[in-house]
Design a protein around this ligand. Sequence first.
Ligand code: CP
Length: 308
Amino acid sequence: MSTLSTKHLLGIKNITADDIRLIFETADNFKEVINRPIKKVPSLRDTTIANIFFENSTRTRISFELAEKRLSADVVNFSASSSSVKKGETLLDTVNNILAMKVDMVVMRHPAPGAPHFLAQHIDANVVNAGDGTHEHPTQALLDAYSMRGELGDLRGKKVAIFGDILHSRVALSNIFCLNKLGAKVMVCGPPTLLPKHIEKLGVIKSHNVTEALNWCDVANVLRIQLERQDIKYFPSLREYSQYFGINKKLLNSLKKEIVIMHPGPINRGVEMTSDVADSDHSIILQQVENGVAIRMAILYLLANKRN
Ligand code: CP
């Protein structure tokens, strides 16, 4: 059986194209499982997984928990806001106390970039990064690319434009690494203040013109404006952002082709895209969420095999 090249999933930067393809092929099997009347397999029956979230989450947290339960793992959920972190306990002490209860795998979201990497250096359990600050969100990028593959087949040569707040986005960085490894062409589009300087060095094209980017791409992956990470004003107002950089139905109708619309969620409706775009036939936003469970089942299953 093929295996992953890594014991942890910390980011897309350090995994191979073969790892990504193996995750996709494994997810194909689990997608079939979760569409059966009995959606459960015994693969991780003797495995205990802790979901440790130091930041808010709806999709990622529920998706991991469902994936773990579909694989028959024992699951414990930890939320920093209701824990002894509030009394000053360190990250390592917190995790070591959880591991002392014989936990095999840790899924962690943390506001500090590199927090899962730090953890992986100090513990034996497999670590999965569920989003570390503005750094990486590997499972989101994998489910995004898997969803694109579902629509377009092999991604080699396909054109993906990522719109919006690239500067603060872990989803953008992980998507860029993932799509580059799979041979897709990537464009980033947004106001100059929200595109990192020298982003072209990551092998992407840069644009500040939404119409140009929409005409270029096969897939538009539209990102949220992350007001909670913006310490200064990067644009005059949300209204102006929406006017110049928001995606609306009139823009989509003006294109001479059909494109796929994606968004990792949560959506600021009326800011980065209008509701008639988010809910249109072009949108695969809810398919992304559905695919997220199969992708996370595949990742947990393959990482658990690295322990055996
Ligand atoms: N896409 C995503 O990471 O959403 P949550 O913050 O709700 O997990």
